[in-house]
Design a binder for this molecule. Structure first.
Ligand code: FE2
Ligand code: FE2
Length: 188
């Protein structure tokens, strides 16, 4: 197990076994999913030169994120919990998005974000302590995130992927090195 695997598994063990942390994590995940929906539509509005193929794909991804958000709202409400849009944004995400200039950059940044989301969801499914409702949710969401990851990788192209690989490595390293960043991204 590498250090990110170990870190992620330990993080999830602490979240999955503590209702207050689990609630905050779900609330933050819901905020991220609906935020992705708005980000994609806002980015398309800012780039009217975007070709139709890319636009169609971003619309499909955005609509999936809205669907994920609705599914999480369902899980929250079955537990008697509410949404919370006041949760802090992730520092990882801010670190990547501030370097976006082109449409390819945007796809590359989102590729790494989707890859990290898919990775974490995979680790959650591998964990025995994952509650049943969360497992059912993640089993439905993970295939979409994998599809987003692969589609965005193709749209980004090699140059933007390389630019954001470096930024992703730095942001991920910060995540592991800095307690504050870890708190901002990983902890609920
Ligand atoms: Fe999603
Ligand atoms: Fe996604």
């Amino acid at each position: 197990m590498n250090s990110l695997d170990q870190f992620t598994t330990n993080w999830w063990l602490s979240v999955a076994t503590d209702d207050a942390k689990l609630r905050k994590w779900l609330q933050k995940l819901q905020k991220t999913e609906i935020g992705g929906y708005y980000d994609h539509y806002n980015f398309m509005a800012l780039h009217p030169e975007m070709d139709d193929r890319t636009k169609t794909i971003l619309i499909n991804i955005a609509d999936d994120e809205a669907k994920h958000s609705n599914m999480i709202v369902g899980v929250l409400s079955k537990r008697g919990w509410f949404t919370d849009m006041s949760a802090p944004d992730s520092t990882y995400w801010d670190d990547l998005l501030k370097h976006v200039v082109t449409i390819e950059d945007y796809c590359a940044a989102n590729y790494y974000g989707e890859a990290l989301a898919a990775y974490r969801f995979q680790k959650i499914l591998e964990c025995d302590v994952t509650p049943k409702d969360i497992r059912t949710l993640i089993e439905k969401v993970l295939p979409d995130e994998v599809f987003h990851r692969e589609t965005l990788q193709r749209l980004a192209g090699p140059d933007a992927l390389e630019k954001f690989r470096v930024l992703n490595d730095q942001a991920t390293k910060k995540l592991l090195d800095t307690k504050a960043a870890v708190r901002a991204y990983y902890e609920p």
